[in-house]
Design a protein around this ligand. Structure first.
Ligand SMILES: NC(=O)c1ccc[n+]([C@@H]2O[C@H](COP(=O)([O-])OP(=O)(O)OC[C@H]3O[C@@H](n4cnc5c(N)ncnc54)[C@H](OP(=O)(O)O)[C@@H]3O)[C@@H](O)[C@H]2O)c1
Length: 249
């Protein structure tokens, strides 16, 4: 293994990686040597730009449209990556949406949609990826620090979906440990992105609570994902890593 490209030869999928945190994770895994397949839903041009950027830097990447809330699309995307590259070594379940509202104000259709994308999409992608994953495989979910500290009102549905990933992680660990596959969750704190801009509506409220005094950047989350994806993390499974600048300390 070349120390500068610890993921050389690995095949990775990052869901929801046309922008923001997912794009940073894709760039980092590619920089570490992995071939990276990214999925997207509504931003084909941005997904293509991420692929171009990775290729311009000497990496290998492809983009596939797959709505994380559409189980058939997710299955098909994951299976097509396995067919094209022969297997899957790393799955990063990053695609996620936020639905905010008072508990009585969240429309049922919106609740179903956030469950479909943030929970069902993760389950289906994991299930399909496991059909093509062997020893040394890595499943990494992107949760949220909200599961430890629900910092502001209106996020009950969102927090429910992210809490589900903690349970899913624990359950999978017991099934997959004997196969040499690790499962971990990274919980980002407030991280500058289209979903949560560092100068956005919740920033004034949450920023004073971030111990290091700044919003996270996509690269901060990507660095932790890269570690969990690496050979060095082979004894780390079932972990929930808070990457939040001390927000929940
Ligand atoms: N930013 C934060 O402060 C923060 C904190 C904790 C956890 N998180 C979690 O981190 C993850 C990434 O968040 P982010 O802030 O980077 O979000 P973002 O800025 O809204 O970007 C979301 C990404 O996911 C894709 N996506 C959205 N819906 C999708 C769908 N149905 N199917 C496939 N792809 C979809 C988007 O692609 P398209 O444009 O192509 O749809 C985009 O690439 C999410 O799971 C989020 O819950 C974020």
């Amino acid at each position: 293994m070349d120390r500068t490209t610890p993921l050389q030869g690995k095949i990775a999928i990052v869901t929801g990686a046309s922008r923001s945190i997912g794009a940073a994770i894709a760039r980092r895994l590619a920089r570490d040597g992995a071939t990276v397949a990214i999925t997207y839903h509504a931003s084909p041009d941005k997904a293509a730009a991420v692929v171009d950027e990775i290729e311009a830097a000497g990496g290998r990447a492809v983009a596939l449209q797959a709505d994380a809330g559409d189980p058939d699309a997710v299955r098909q995307a994951v299976a097509s990556v396995a067919e094209r590259f022969g297997r899957i070594d790393i799955l990063v379940n990053n695609a996620g949406i936020s639905v905010l509202g008072a508990p009585t104000g969240i429309a049922f259709a919106d609740f179903q949609r956030i469950l479909a994308v943030n929970v069902t999409g993760v389950f289906v992608a994991t299930q399909e990826a496991l059909r093509h994953m062997g020893a040394g495989g890595r499943i990494i979910h992107i949760g949220s620090s909200m599961v430890r500290y629900a910092a502001f009102p209106t996020a009950s549905a969102y927090t429910l979906t992210k809490g589900a990933l903690s349970g899913f992680t624990r359950g999978l660990v017991r099934d997959l440990g004997p196969q040499g596959i690790t499962v971990n969750t990274v919980h980002p704190g407030p991280t500058d992105s289209d979903m949560n801009p560092a100068d956005g509506p919740v920033a004034d409220f949450v920023k004073p609570g971030i111990a290091v005094g700044r919003y996270g950047q996509g690269q901060d989350i990507a660095a932790s994902v890269a570690f969990l994806a690496s050979e060095e993390a082979s004894f780390v499974t079932g972990a929930e890593l808070l990457v939040d600048g001390g927000f929940t300390a």
